[in-house]
Design a binder for this molecule. Structure first.
Ligand SMILES: [Zn+2]
Length: 236
């Protein structure tokens, strides 16, 4: 079957009629995508933009340059991968800054939850997004307020801004900001998957516990701030 045949004759003609429920859902997604990309009437004009001269000739020099091109480094990449936090936290933050963690807005886009179930599991107010979960949820706001970090106007996509906000409050490098985001996520998951009630005390407690555990792996320049982190997350 070619793409053209699937377009012309419909995809369903080429499939066996015994789909599982998951298969049916996935088929719905594929059909919606196909519908969103209608075939254009005009001819399909394709060209190698990056390796041709303005006259349209193939340029060996430009092709070579493209081959040597190492790709772009995302601005937030070094501030995540160069830290000395556990790998799982780096991966979480890497996905978070790209808004690819499985908050309910992402699950909704993937047709895993229904619109009625896409609200924030902690405050039940609005659509849960990474920015809502980390910053604008009233629970998250009270957490950042409690540890003295001003997150006004900060978004998950600019982790550097959060790191500098944390730095002015608790004198830390990005590690403390990452620690807080990681525990907000773990706290949210405990509410969703273990039925726990949101609890600022529990969240602060787990941040403090990890601050102590991470101390040994941090750079000397960062280690000296751990005491301040622990005071910021202390109860009472
Ligand atoms: Zn919320």
């Amino acid at each position: 079957m070619t793409v053209w045949e699937a377009r012309e004759e419909g995809l369903l003609r080429h499939l066996m009629p015994r789909l599982t429920r998951v298969g049916e859902t996935e088929l719905g997604v594929v059909l919606a995508l196909m519908e969103a990309q209608p075939v254009r009437e005009e001819g399909d004009d394709r060209s190698l933009l990056h390796i041709t001269t303005p006259r349209g000739d193939l340029s060996a020099a430009m092709a070579y340059r493209l081959l040597r091109f190492g790709g772009l480094v995302a601005p937030f990449a070094t501030s995540i991968w160069d830290t000395r936090v556990p790998s799982r936290v780096k991966f979480f933050c890497w996905l978070m800054v790209q808004k690819r963690i499985h908050t309910r807005d992402v699950l909704l886009k993937k047709h895993i939850v229904e619109p009625d179930d896409a609200g924030c599991p902690v405050c039940e107010e609005e659509l849960e997004s990474a920015d809502h979960m980390i910053f604008s949820c009233p629970f998250a706001r009270s957490f950042w307020g409690r540890i003295g970090i001003n997150v006004e106007g900060v978004s998950v996509s600019c982790l550097d801004h959060l790191a500098s906000a944390a730095s002015s409050a608790v004198g830390s490098a990005p590690e403390f900001a990452m620690l807080c985001c990681w525990h907000l996520w773990k706290h949210r998951n405990a509410v969703v998957f273990q039925g726990q009630r949101p609890s600022l005390a529990r969240l602060l407690g787990s941040c403090k516990e990890d601050a102590l555990l991470w101390r040994g792996r941090l750079k000397e320049t960062c280690r000296i701030h751990v005491e301040t982190w622990m005071q910021a997350t202390a109860l009472g």
